[in-house]
Design a protein around this ligand. Structure first.
Ligand SMILES: Nc1ncnc2c1ncn2[C@@H]1O[C@H](COP(=O)(O)OP(=O)(O)OP(=O)(O)O)[C@@H](O)[C@H]1O
Length: 246
């Protein structure tokens, strides 16, 4: 189980996670919150991509500070823009690269790659240039490339942000069927309706933690309050402005 203990983190002196403590045991957990509220930073602490300034993140009691390599293998991470994750020329090669150093022989790697591509609707694209895939196919490829390594936990940082509604649904359906624990950061609140738990973040803290409907209601009310307080004027907070979240 993933645990955060008093996790605090700052970028260039600006605190973006404030004393966050949580046990992440449920099978499917959503994380929602305003832009800049700290969701991505929190997610990145879960597999050691970000090591917190204070506090600890533990996987089955093992600290990401000391067991980064093992934890990165066990906790897969999907980024919002698949373009940043796709590194090999062809679809098949991109999936296979994750198995480099796995100890599997060539035939086993081929078999695993083929199986995962088939499962995610990409088998016919195995030899195609990865950069020519559609946005939805690229995100599915990014997901397949993580899943082929068989992580125990999947952290998905807004994996549907760049997708049209049809592809949002395809990715959502895929995440719903995975045996892995899924921790999903999203602005698509409807995606979380059947999740086991939803955490709401604001200004680096968890401000609500509970059932999806209650969490979405809490978040929506908070955002509407913030918009009203902004005087009804359009007010898009720049992530780097240092202004407080709505
Ligand atoms: N590598 C970094 N260096 C400096 N500041 C950063 C870095 N990463 C994030 N930040 C800042 O930390 C704050 C929290 O960012 P984070 O990406 O965790 O929020 P978020 O809730 O995921 O936002 P969004 O919904 O917009 O993706 C933001 O103000 C962001 O600009």
């Amino acid at each position: 189980m993933l645990q955060l203990e008093n996790v605090t983190h700052a970028y260039e002196g600006r605190t973006v996670l404030r004393d966050v403590t949580a046990e992440l045991a449920e099978h499917r957990i959503g994380v929602i919150g305003a832009n800049g509220s700290g969701k991505s930073t929190l997610a990145r602490t879960l597999n050691g991509l970000v090591v917190p300034d204070h506090g600890r993140v533990l996987l089955d009691g093992r600290d990401t500070r000391r067991h980064a390599r093992e934890i990165r293998r066990r906790v897969g991470f999907v980024f919002p823009d698949p373009g940043t994750q796709i590194i090999m020329p062809t679809v098949g090669e991109d999936v296979a690269i994750g198995l480099r150093g796995s100890g599997l022989d060539r035939a086993e790697i081929d078999e695993r790659v083929q199986r995962i591509l088939r499962r995610h609707g990409l088998a016919d694209h195995r030899d195609h240039p990865a950069h020519l895939l559609s946005g939805g196919q690229k995100q599915m490829l990014a997901l397949a490339s993580v899943l082929v390594t068989e992580p125990e936990i999947l952290v998905c940082d807004e994996p549907t942000t760049l997708l049209d509604l049809r592809n949002v649904k395809v990715i959502e359906r895929t995440l719903r069927t995975l045996p892995q624990q899924v921790i999903l950061l999203t602005h698509h609140l409807d995606s979380l309706v059947d999740f086991d738990r939803v955490v709401v973040m604001d200004e680096g803290s968890i401000v609500f933690d509970g059932a999806p409907a209650a969490a979405v209601a809490h978040y929506t009310a908070r955002m509407e309050r913030g918009a009203t307080e902004a005087g009804g004027e359009p007010h898009l907070r720049s992530p780097d402005s240092g202004e407080p979240a709505w």
